[in-house]
Write a protein that binds this ligand. Structure first.
Ligand code: SAM
Length: 424
């Protein structure tokens, strides 16, 4: 019994993927707690962690990352406001909207939700927000509602004038916002979530799943789906793993998902509709390269994206065919969902990553698009189209040296493809 036991317990109880914070951080926290308890060896401390839940909680407290700020990432809150104004409120004028913020840290997220809902014109008595976290210290700060500069990191801070009162170097949140949020300590991976009862119309669980081992992520998503209304929305963070096959993407830019299969939504129109095509083939969706934003970027010298032949072998995955069809019909968010679902089954399909990159480009998610193109190139280093798109994105970012290297690489790939196609 020693560090390995402690790591196992952390993974079993809170789902912690030790690599997400680094084994060294865990070792440091364990050492700090061992000294604080006066245990003379790690074996003794591990025994204490096994028997004493309070000490285990102290250790967990030391390992959590309760980092947050108001209106973090902006887009999810914009998406929510749009959804509430144009979909939810008109169809539920007298119902109470229920929201849950999971991993709420020091409260910036649920309070941002409260402000978003108030600005969507929903009266106080018609919404309620529950917020849970494991970290006691963060919850204490959340309940207090007093924040320093680090909680205000966005460009538009006009909300601070509307909802906060300055007190020295801190800002006190208005009482009418504080009252809309009920904080609870709860472990998302626990058997039960005391005081938390679904169904919720909207759940935010952002920047938490990233810290979990895959098995814990699955358990967490099962719990979240059981807490959601059938047509509810789940928002995750952009760095979080995709919620997987039981959810469909409804707005890629906001990382918002719905249970079940995708359905067209008026509130999330594809920002760059793709011309429809009657041909359902790889070639058909490859035309996206020339219709997506990437191709409307500043013209760069180098290869024209029309390789003589495919750089990856064709595959016949039904899921990907569905994604291609949706893409060609201009149903971009639905195509993203189908593509992500397909990748869940076939994570090594370079062409599917490439398609996801094109779709994400069409949705203006350049960072994510780049990650997808990179994944395509990792899986197939000769993926000409993915390399061309990486060059275009690097060029757009102003990374001119990288862009030039990528274009040269694409040129080499194009020559190879041409030679291969000329061989009898
Ligand atoms: C990085 S913060 C994210 C805060 C906020 N959601 C945001 O995106 O700004 C992650 C939060 O998840 C909490 N957390 C981690 N594991 C948890 C678990 N098993 N149950 C509940 N909360 C957890 C941490 O304490 C931390 O406050």
């Amino acid at each position: 019994m020693g560090l390995a036991f402690i790591l196992d317990r952390l993974t079993g109880v809170i789902g912690l993927n030790v690599e997400s914070i680094g084994v060294r951080s865990v070792e440091r926290a364990v050492e700090e707690r061992r000294r604080a308890t006066g245990d003379d060896s790690i074996i003794h401390y591990a025994r204490r962690v096994a028997d004493d839940d309070e000490e285990f909680d102290q250790l967990v407290e030391r390992l959590l990352v309760p980092e947050s700020w108001f209106f973090r990432d902006v887009e999810p809150f914009r998406h929510l406001r749009h959804y509430l104004t144009y979909e939810w409120h008109p169809t539920h004028p007298h119902a109470t909207l229920r929201l849950l913020s999971v991993g709420c840290a020091s409260g910036e997220e649920p309070y941002s939700l409260a402000m978003t809902i108030m600005e969507a014109g929903i009266p106080h008595e018609l919404f309620a927000i529950d917020a849970i976290d494991l970290c006691q210290a963060a919850l204490a700060r959340a309940r207090e509602g007093r924040y320093g500069a680090m909680s205000f990191r966005g460009e538009d801070l006009s909300f601070r004038d509307r909802y906060f009162q300055r007190q020295g170097d801190r800002y006190q949140l208005a009482e009418n916002v504080r009252q809309r949020v009920r904080f609870q300590r709860a472990n998302l991976l626990g058997e039960q979530l005391p005081g938390i009862h679904g169904p919720y119309d909207v759940i935010f669980c952002r920047n938490l799943l990233i810290y979990l081992v895959p098995e814990a992520k699955r358990r967490a998503l099962t719990t979240l789906s059981s807490l959601m209304r059938a047509d509810g929305l789940l928002f995750v963070g952009h760095a979080d793993p995709s919620p997987g096959q039981h959810f469909s993407c409804r707005g890629a830019a906001a990382f918002v998902h719905q249970l079940g299969s995708p359905k067209p939504s008026q509130s999330t129109p594809a920002r760059r509709p793709v011309p429809s095509s009657t041909t359902r083939s790889r070639a058909a969706w490859r035309q996206l390269t020339t219709t997506s934003k990437a191709s409307t970027l500043r013209q760069v010298p180098g290869p024209t994206p029309s390789p003589p032949s495919s750089s990856s072998p064709p595959r016949n995955g039904r899921g990907l065919a569905e994604a291609e069809q949706l893409a060609n019909a201009g149903e971009i968010p639905q195509a993203v969902a189908a593509c992500e679902k397909y990748l869940f089954q076939a994570p090594r399909d370079a062409d599917a990553h490439y398609l996801l990159g094109i779709l994400r480009t069409a949705l203006d998610c350049d960072d994510l698009a780049e990650a997808s193109f990179q994944q395509a190139v990792i899986l197939n280093e000769h993926h000409y189209e993915a390399i061309v798109n990486l060059a275009l994105l690097a060029d757009r970012r102003g990374d001119l040296d990288v862009a030039r290297e990528l274009r040269e690489r694409a040129e080499r790939e194009r020559n190879e493809l041409r030679k291969a196609s000329e061989q009898p």
